[in-house]
Design a binder for this molecule. Structure first.
Ligand SMILES: [Zn+2]
Length: 210
């Protein structure tokens, strides 16, 4: 049985992650969504139509993994089915963030994904980030594309849309979104402003991957 204080604590963490996401410019207006697994059957997710910078802990929506909405106070994000499918695909995933960070999104629009050998930190956290083809937001086509990657990566780029990241908890999922955007920004500066990037050698990549 989930206690009210536990749910309130997770809701407060989602508010905090939403503020960081908004302040860093990863979302505009009401874009993006955040969720956290509470137990094997239940998640807490952001409501639809609310800016991630101005979330209210009491406005989060409790949902069962089968899609039953428990909370009556607000409607869940229209990307709720995508979140549920990701949790069902990998039981070790504890939280998911979805945003439209400008540099990562721009790479995806241009048809590129992250170079996986630019920075040690991004090698360790991001591994390979697939660029998935465009799918209409809120449709089953989006999770259909993401689910095959849920076991082997922590992040995906969505062409002409944005990025989805996940992790063991909210901070972990958000840090992956932050690392993704930081790496995309540095990659764009090197490859498109400076016009040159040196890669970490294959030998050093092996050392990093252990
Ligand atoms: Zn989106």
């Amino acid at each position: 049985m989930l206690s009210d204080s536990f749910i309130a604590d997770v809701a407060a963490q989602i508010v905090s992650i939403g503020q960081r996401m908004y302040q860093k410019g990863f979302v505009a207006a009401n874009d993006g969504n955040i969720s956290c697994r509470l137990d094997e059957n239940t998640i807490l997710i952001t409501p639809t139509g609310v800016s991630k910078g101005f979330l209210d802990a009491s406005g989060m929506v409790l949902v069962r993994l089968d899609g039953t909405v428990i909370s009556k106070n607000a409607a869940p994000s229209c990307e709720m089915p995508m979140h549920l499918r990701i949790y069902r695909a990998n039981s070790s995933i504890g939280a998911i963030t979805h945003a439209h960070p400008p540099y990562s999104t721009a790479l995806g629009i241009a048809g590129f994904t992250l170079n996986d050998s630019l920075l040690p930190e991004s090698v360790l956290r991001l591994h390979d980030v697939p660029l998935l083809p465009y799918a209409t937001p809120g449709t089953d086509a989006l999770p259909d594309l993401i689910v095959p990657h849920c076991e082997k990566t922590r992040a995906v780029l969505l062409q002409n849309h944005g990025a989805v990241t996940w992790g063991k908890d909210l901070q972990d999922a958000f840090f992956t979104m932050e690392a993704l955007e930081h790496t995309a920004q540095i990659q764009l500066i090197c490859e498109h402003l400076i016009g040159k990037s040196n890669r970490i050698s294959a030998e050093h990549m092996q050392e990093l991957k252990g």
